[in-house]
Design a protein around this ligand. Structure first.
Ligand code: ADP
Length: 415
């Protein structure tokens, strides 16, 4: 194993796994802290998907360190800590505390932090993170319910979370001679936020961090990592995925703008769809069996869609009645139960929209590990379950990812 990665959420882990797979590595994604005795097979990179972005820092540290120990024990030569390209965190963590703990575990004193992902319009200049054309602090992340990002200066943001010094490796060094960047990294004391605007910047940084024991960042920075370990030719990127024969379904719990547009497009194209209302779940008017029956009754040929996605006003009304966390749980629990029952009834292909929703479905299906298949859109591959049970195809989409025809074109890649 060359790269052992710990990701702070599920769809982020998949995004990273895809990046490493595109770089020609055999990648295995593991869900949750690896259990004792787990087999990583012939994987050159293993990505552990935690759900540690917004849990208390001490728990995030404990899970990340336990995962890192398992990866190191299996021979990982470099550790990677993956977080969101919008640096989702609070002054309490968890990016700083986890980075500190992993450096301590390795007995190292320096690493970089680079969440840039130009393909998804996340760039860093003079230490400031931009989302599209605006500063992070002026983007919609400003109002995120759990991790509101109100300061775009990542040196300042990270310094509030770590006892190690945080400094900036500016763009001049990134685009200069390779030795300049390598010297800047070798001279780091503590953690260096690294400017990056283009994919060529990310490749240069990827090359320059080859001797670091720990790298931290978004999935973009993984663009340049596989080349550092390449001995033979790259594995060819998969072009299709072949799950066990069975029916298909789409489950959407994301209320993001991108997902709502994707649903509109799918409905316009004639996708059989059932919208579920959280209040109807709570009142008992809508049962898991209703959704399951709807899917099984849909004509073969086009994957049916079950969705709870609603606009912000509707979500606010439900949250007003049930509470924020409770309404999320009601929907996640319902979609998880629908997924489990559909698996029992012969569905083997699941497309899921929403980070938390994906986590709920993967838990309900008791998925332990995933192999990475073909890319549907930047950051979203088809995956195939590994381990006991028949191989199931899963596409796990972070709410904001994907083009408007995602729910249609994704199926072209499934055998
Ligand atoms: P994203 O990736 O877009 O953030 P998530 O699945 O992570 O999507 O989060 C969406 C959250 O909203 C989930 O907890 C989900 O259960 C909840 N949710 C989905 N539909 C509704 C709804 N109609 N009303 C209230 N909450 C909802």
């Amino acid at each position: 194993m060359f790269i052992g990665a710990v990701a702070d959420d599920l769809t982020g882990a998949t995004d990273l796994a895809l990046m490493l797979s595109r770089g020609g590595m055999r990648v295995l994604q593991v869900v949750g802290v690896p259990r004792e005795g787990i087999e990583f097979g012939d994987a050159e990179a293993v990505v552990v998907a935690l759900k540690s972005r917004t849990i208390p820092a001490a728990e995030a540290v404990a899970q990340s360190v336990a995962s890192a120990r398992a990866l190191l024990a299996a021979g990982a030569r470099q550790l990677f800590f993956k977080y969101c390209s919008t640096f989702d965190s609070t002054d309490e963590g968890n990016i700083g505390p986890v980075t500190d703990a992993l450096l301590d575990l390795l007995g190292e004193t320096r690493t970089i932090a680079c969440p840039a992902f130009p393909a998804n319009k996340r760039t860093i200049y003079k230490g400031h993170l931009f989302v599209g054309d605006v500063l992070l602090s002026e983007s919609s992340m400003r109002n995120h319910p759990l991790t509101p990002m109100q300061d775009a200066n990542l040196v300042r943001v990270l310094q509030r979370q770590t006892r190690r010094p945080v400094s900036l490796i500016a763009h001049d060094a990134v685009i200069g001679a390779p030795e300049t960047l390598e010297r800047a990294i070798a001279g780091l004391e503590g953690i260096g936020i690294v400017d990056a605007i283009t994919e060529s910047d990310l490749r240069a940084i990827g090359r320059a961090v080859r001797s670091l024991k720990l790298v931290t960042g978004g999935s973009g920075i993984a663009l340049g990592l596989p080349d550092n370990f390449r001995t033979a030719g790259a594995a060819a990127a998969p072009t299709a995925i072949t799950p066990a024969p069975g029916r298909s379904v789409m489950l959407a719990g994301s209320c993001s703008l991108a997902t709502r547009k994707q649903i509109e497009t799918a409905l316009a194209a004639g996708t059989p769809a059932l919208q579920i209302d959280p209040m109807a779940i709570v009142s008992g008017a809508l049962k898991v069996s209703d959704a399951v029956d709807f899917v099984l009754a849909a004509p073969a040929g086009r994957a049916p869609l079950i969705y709870s996605s609603a606009d912000p006003d509707a979500v606010a009304r439900v949250q007003g009645q049930l509470g924020r966390a409770e309404s999320g749980e009601v929907v996640e629990h319902f979609l998880g139960a629908v997924a489990r029952e559909l698996l029992n009834r012969g569905v083997t292909r699941f497309l899921v929209a929403g980070g938390e929703t994906s986590g709920a479905v993967v838990n309900a299906l008791k998925v332990e590990a995933l192999g990475i298949g073909p890319e549907i859109d930047p950051g979203v591959p088809w995956t195939l379950t590994r381990g006991a049970g028949k191989p199931i195809a899963l596409a796990l989409k972070s709410g904001n990812f994907g083009t408007e025809d995602f729910f249609i074109k994704a199926w072209d890649l499934v055998a």
